[in-house]
Design a protein around this ligand. Structure first.
Ligand SMILES: N[C@@H](CCC(=O)N[C@@H](CS)C(=O)NCC(=O)O)C(=O)O
Length: 271
């Protein structure tokens, strides 16, 4: 059990000391949500096994007293089960199906869309001793011979990406947080993906006027600015060229997915 209200978290950092892994980011938020101080173990990719005493080659990992817990989702469940009197990460039951959907959608939509466009930056921002490993492993994931070739031409691709997030924008017009009136693990998991993006977005992925900005700013400000590490880049400032698609749906932003049926005469949304 937690000693002096502190839980140890093994971090996965770039050379700036900024966390990059979305799984670690959401675990940081989860620990803070539960009211714990984080005893952070700094480090990068290639020292994970050594840092964790051979227990894991993936992060996050936490140590709570003498209890080691691996995997971000298992950690979140462990925290709610072990500390049910502290604010719950999963106040909505059952949470697993919706969590699985949110995770899959946002992972696919954000990481899937932006990964290649920042993949050479990802390498360059890594700790120097991690860079050969990052290059070797990440080259396997891209459909190009090198990370630099995969990233090349992103100026034309980046403007295509923001509109993919319209379902999330619509939801956030209806509610201050994905979790409702207060943030919970759904928000932290989604925010963590944008923090991953901010850790490597050397050129901005979203326009200044993106309607998600308010939720992102509020989320990054939580817990005394947990998401405001100086190594993070701004997500905003994407410049569009004539002919680029609309970055978000300006027309229907105030509406639910289909307008609420309030009886005859209600507005009809084209299908
Ligand atoms: N399902 C695991 C995934 C953990 C994972 O894959 N972490 C990545 C960082 S996002 C990692 O540790 N990568 C190490 C590497 O690439 O060598 C969790 O939720 O904790």
């Amino acid at each position: 059990m937690a000693q002096a209200n502190s839980i140890t978290l093994f971090d996965l950092q770039f050379a700036s000391g900024c966390t990059t892994s979305p799984y670690v980011w959401r675990t940081k938020y989860a620990l803070k949500h539960k009211g714990f101080d984080i005893d952070l173990v700094d480090g990068g990719f290639t020292d994970i096994l050594a840092r964790t005493g051979g227990r894991s080659d993936r992060l996050p990992v936490i140590v709570d007293g003498d209890r080691w817990v691996l995997d971000s989702f298992v950690i979140a469940e462990y925290l709610d089960e072990t500390y049910p009197d502290r604010p719950l990460l999963f106040p909505h039951k059952p949470y697993k199906p919706a969590m699985g959907f949110i995770d899959a959608w946002i992972w696919n939509t954000v990481i899937g869309a932006w990964f290649d466009n920042y993949i050479a930056d990802y390498h360059d921002l890594s700790r120097p001793d991690d860079q050969p490993y990052v290059r070797e492993t990440r080259t396997r994931f891209v459909a190009a011979p090198t990370l630099e070739a995969a990233q090349a031409g992103r100026e034309d691709r980046l403007p295509q990406m923001p509109a993919r997030l319209n379902p999330l924008r619509k939801l956030l017009r209806e509610t201050p947080w994905i979790g409702g009136d207060a943030p919970d693990y759904w928000d932290y998991s989604a925010l963590a993906i944008f923090l991953w993006l901010a850790s490597l977005a050397t050129t901005p992925p979203l326009t200044d006027d993106d309607p998600m900005r308010d939720w992102l700013d509020r989320g990054f400000d939580l817990f005394d600015g947990l998401g405001r590490h100086p190594g993070l880049h701004s997500l905003f400032g994407l410049q569009l060229k004539p002919g680029d698609p609309e970055p978000f749906d300006r027309g229907g932003m105030g509406q639910a997915v289909t307008p609420k049926n309030v009886g005859p005469g209600a507005p009809v949304q084209p299908q």
